[in-house]
Write a protein that binds this ligand. Sequence first.
Ligand code: ZN
Length: 372
Amino acid sequence: MRPFLVTHEIFRRPAFGRHHPLATGRQAAVQDLIEVLGWRDPALTRVPELPGRAVLERFHEPEYLSALEQADAAGRATAEMRERYNLGTMECPVFPGLWDRARATVGGSMLAAELVLGGGMAFHPTGGTHHGMPGRASGFCYLNDPAFAVLRLLDGGLARVLHVDLDAHHGDGVEAAFADDPRVYMASLHEDGRWPGTGRPGDTLGGRALNVPVPRGIHDSEYALVLERLVYPFVRRAEPEAIVVLLGADGLAGDPLSGMQLSNDVLWRACRTLAAMAPRAVVLGGGGYNPWTTARLWAGMWGLLAGHDISSELPPSAQTVLAGLDCDLVDDEDRDPAWLTTLADAPNVGPIRPEVGALIAGHPMMRAPSIA
Ligand SMILES: [Zn+2]
């Protein structure tokens, strides 16, 4: 079945102000790459509605939504908004178009879920704001669109939904959202020792959560082993009717906000394997602070899902898109020339380090593999 691409013009606009790790134009680059590569098929492209307050209040607190709306209208946050809601801070700044952009992100994830209710797959690369809390902005996230994707799937009548988070940071907002909902299973692979510090192996929610904090420097071979030994068995036991994959790009080698060393090859494989483990799949984006590796991951993901060849050198029009990106957080000498000329990384293989073997062998999943 052919996949859907969910996108909106809003996501092309500058966002997050000037000095923010997400002010890189990465989303516009994803759309531009898909366009110039000839991969935008109107028959497969869908544009979301912007949800209103009543929809958003399903998960978010009314007072917080009012503050977000007011800060957007005023173009600034008050001291109280900074204190109570983390709005207008360095982490979660107020910028022009914030309210509409945040709502379009939620609308996109709800639409992606709706599109697959009858079966199939949808990709919404701007989704993945997994740190959003009911009454507070957190970790560059204002609303929590993955939670709305899961809710839409449940509202569609599904009894078991699985959220798998491949971002370098723990999906704390999603885990908190469904901690008490027995219909939702959650897996998160994230870098050990990174913000927000949650997602320990022992946090299992009675068998509904799998948390795997992976060591710094993890490469493709180690990541594939963790998937094979811990994640895929968890997914099989959960028997999900739908799966939501949060394909964060910050675990890729070259990302300034993580120490993980993955190639996009292993993430593409993981995402496609996971999506094939349920009759319905929603794929979202997530973090990703190196705009080159991030845009390549998500444009390439769409290419693969839609059945295009991604192996060859990029045409000049696509190279121009990538050459137009910039990022204060990645030094010139650390920029791989291949980031401008190809989409596919060479796999980053290596020996399995003892700490990875110990992480797998000692994980609670291996000792008590039953699921509630
Ligand atoms: Zn992240």
